[in-house]
Design a protein around this ligand. Structure first.
Ligand SMILES: C[S@@+](CC[C@H](N)C(=O)[O-])C[C@H]1O[C@@H](n2cnc3c(N)ncnc32)[C@H](O)[C@@H]1O
Length: 236
């Protein structure tokens, strides 16, 4: 495992206990998750892959909308652990299965899922194309891929002040919301998270235009048979 991947794993290992009381407190994050579920057109008995499920915020919203089956995947044992506790408390172990695995691996059979949804996770993957290609294979015919992420391009020279200003300009709204809705602790966590974006420290954000091009290259077509949707995590 590369150094940056370890950084991400450690970062989420450390964040897990405070995740629901920091990012999980920001209403805009919930709006994004609601939009993802709504756009997915999830229905009864659908098989849904929640890629980068974390503490389960998205999966549980799926289940509020439809009696579907969820497969959660995440690379952080601590995030998965918190989700597992929720599943046990809610008696949902028949409906939600979890797998500790990296998005780069995804060891499922082809044509397994009606919906693959991923929120604020895939920007952590440096080499995105093979993951999208794999996602395409895992979808059943007519299946849908919904990506909820941030429309922020952090590529470029780390020492370029213009790049820095562009990113900080994008992040400042999130900082203000974290402070207002989660308090000082949540702000501090989101501020440190933002710093990782600025330094490309395990965070490799690209613009939606770049995501669109990557999806098209991976044969995820914007068509009724195999559509993808890319939803904005920051600008609501
Ligand atoms: C910001 S959290 C998002 C969690 C959840 N989807 C949500 O929207 O609340 C990102 C999640 O992605 C996971 N993650 C990061 N890199 C990953 C990778 N390469 N493969 C699988 N999961 C990854 C982290 O462990 C973390 O739980």
């Amino acid at each position: 495992m590369g150094k940056k991947e370890n950084t991400t794993k450690d970062w989420f290992g450390n964040w897990a206990n405070e995740y629901d009381s920091s990012l999980g407190k920001i209403k805009r994050h919930h709006k994004l998750l609601d939009l993802v579920v709504e756009s997915s057109l999830v229905k009864k008995n659908d098989r849904v892959l929640d890629l980068g499920c974390g503490t389960g915020l998205l999966s549980l919203k799926f289940l509020k909308n439809a009696d579907c089956f969820i497969q959660g995947v995440d690379s952080s044992p601590e995030m998965i652990g918190i989700f597992k506790n929720k599943i046990n408390k809610l008696n949902l172990s028949e409906t939600i299965k979890l797998k500790l695995e990296k998005a780069e691996r995804l060891s499922f059979n082809n044509n397994s899922f009606d919906i693959i949804a991923s929120t604020v996770t895939l920007h952590h993957v440096k080499n995105k194309y093979p993951v999208l290609k794999k996602i395409n294979g895992l979808l059943k015919p007519g299946g849908r891929f919904i990506l909820g992420d941030i429309d922020m391009d952090t590529t470029g020279r780390l020492t370029d002040p213009k790049r820095l200003l562009k990113i900080v300009d994008y992040l400042k709204e999130e900082y203000a919301l974290a402070l207002k809705e989660g308090g000082l602790k949540a702000f501090s966590r989101m501020y440190n998270n933002g710093k990782k974006h600025i330094l490309n420290d395990g965070e490799y954000c690209v613009s939606f235009q770049q995501w669109k091009e990557l999806c098209q290259r991976a044969d995820l077509k914007k068509s009724p048979s195999n559509p993808y949707r890319i939803l904005n995590g920051l600008k609501s």
